[in-house]
Design a protein around this ligand. Structure first.
Ligand SMILES: *Cc1c(COP(=O)(O)O)cnc(C)c1O
Length: 425
């Protein structure tokens, strides 16, 4: 047995499913998860000494690659002064100023510890601000694991959410309405029925948790105008897209301003960080300034702030990073598209910026229902083929492939060669 197999056998005795987050268990693609020992740049190394080109990048945070020197140094420096104080620090002010500076729609921001927490808190703020209860989310969008967000994705518009997990009382999801991604009429229908009861619409401005599903022209603009009409809060969940599509995220990329934005992943550079922010009049609802309660013992702690602040500063001071990363990614994805065409493989690619996803279906994928038609068995074959050849992809069909600035042209070329072998098979 490999060391990973031995360790996984032990892990399942002590940790539910052997992992601390479900997708890591390799459940949907079969096989044993590889236990990672270390990573550097675009590469990860497992405890059996295998090297991989990493296209998960910790699910996004490692946009500059693993072990970025400046980030590590800033974290080590911060550690020397103490890990956490539970009191205000200068770095938190600098971090808040930096975020407000680089994301124009954000006038105030609150730091939290995860994307889940950011969304849960933003929804609470929107409900407190509007004094309304209902929220609209989209089937196939993931917003973390707070109760109100764990709603079964229906095949059509749903006017009352059904819990998607045991342990979530129906009362927690009854105010969560579900609409269809890229289908503005499904949103209009819900507003026609519930209008003045709807506190917020929350959306991933690029769907990245049902594979990658970019918004159709007019979809985000449509959400903006319908929220304006009904005075509902528009929340962009930019936990993946934030600081990825560009410095100002999907909202900058598409030119649509939300009222509130949630961040995670890149904002912490690999440390557990989330944030939510937006319009001053909504954010001033948050305690201790306002009546909406939200708190966190470790929120804004100096070590996590050092990591995130350094990463965002590098991204801000080097706009060429996004230009080069997006150009290289565009080239890579175009090559894959050509390869699919030439080989006649029954799959298609969705991509935007440095995010991409191969779906094993021949039909266009623009929403969750269409994504679900993909052949997950084929994805498992693809995943395992690539893994055995040293390419570490997301271990599930409905996830994104993340490219970092550390991925060189040679890394991408090597990946294309292996992918080409697979496609021809
Ligand atoms: C990852 C993710 C979350 C949850 O973030 P965690 O840090 O895992 O809690 C929320 N929204 C989106 C869009 C995500 O991709």
């Amino acid at each position: 047995m490999t060391k990973s197999e031995v360790l996984f056998k032990e892990a399942v005795d002590y940790i539910p499913g052997g992992v601390n987050s479900p997708v890591r268990a390799f459940g949907s693609i079969g096989g044993t998860p590889r236990f990672i020992e270390r990573a550097d740049g675009a590469y990860m190394y497992d405890i059996d000494g295998n090297k991989y080109i990493d296209y998960v990048c910790s699910w996004g945070p490692m946009i500059l690659g693993h072990n970025k020197r400046e980030i590590l140094d800033s974290v080590i420096e911060a550690c020397k002064n103490g890990l956490s104080f539970g009191a205000a620090t200068e770095k938190e002010v600098e971090m808040a100023k930096l975020i407000c500076e680089i994301v124009p729609s954000i006038e105030m921001v609150r730091m939290v510890n995860s994307g889940t927490e950011a969304v849960m808190s933003a929804v609470r703020a929107a409900r407190g601000y509007t004094r309304r209860n209902k929220i609209i989310k989209f089937a196939g969008c993931y917003h973390g694991h707070s109760d109100a967000m764990l709603v079964k994705a229906g095949s059509g518009v749903m006017t009352s959410g059904i819990p998607d997990s045991q342990g979530v009382p129906e009362g927690c999801t009854k105010d969560t309405l579900t609409a269809i991604y890229n289908d503005i009429s499904s949103v209009e229908k819900l507003f026609e029925e519930f209008g003045e009861e709807i506190a917020a619409v929350i959306v991933e401005p690029v769907g990245a948790n049902m594979g990658v599903v970019p918004p159709r022209k007019g979809f985000l603009e449509g959400l903006r105008s319908i929220c304006d009409k009904y005075e509902s809060v528009l929340i962009f969940d930019e936990v993946i897209t934030g600081f990825r599509l560009g410095l100002d995220g999907a909202q900058g990329y598409f030119g649509v301003q939300p009222d509130l934005t949630t961040f995670g992943k890149i904002i912490g550079a690999g440390m557990p960080v989330g944030a939510y922010g937006g319009k001053r009049e909504i954010m001033e609802m948050i305690s201790p300034k306002g009546p909406v309660y939200q708190a966190g013992t470790l929120s804004g702690n100096p070590v996590a702030m050092a990591a995130g602040y350094t990463q965002l500063t590098i991204l801000k001071e080097h706009p060429e990073i996004y230009t080069e990363l997006n150009e290289r990614s565009e080239w890579f994805f175009k090559e894959i598209e050509a390869m699919i065409k030439d080989s006649g493989a029954k799959c298609r690619l969705n991509h935007i910026g440095s995010l991409g996803c191969i779906f094993f279906t021949e039909k266009e994928v623009t929403n969750y229902k269409e994504a679900k038609e993909a052949d997950t068995q084929k994805y498992a074959e693809y995943f395992n083929y690539m893994l055995n050849a040293g390419i570490y992809l997301a271990p599930a069909q409905f996830e994104a492939m993340f490219i970092s600035y550390a991925h060189s042209k040679q890394d991408l070329e090597k990946t294309l060669e292996i992918l080409n072998d697979f496609m021809r098979k």
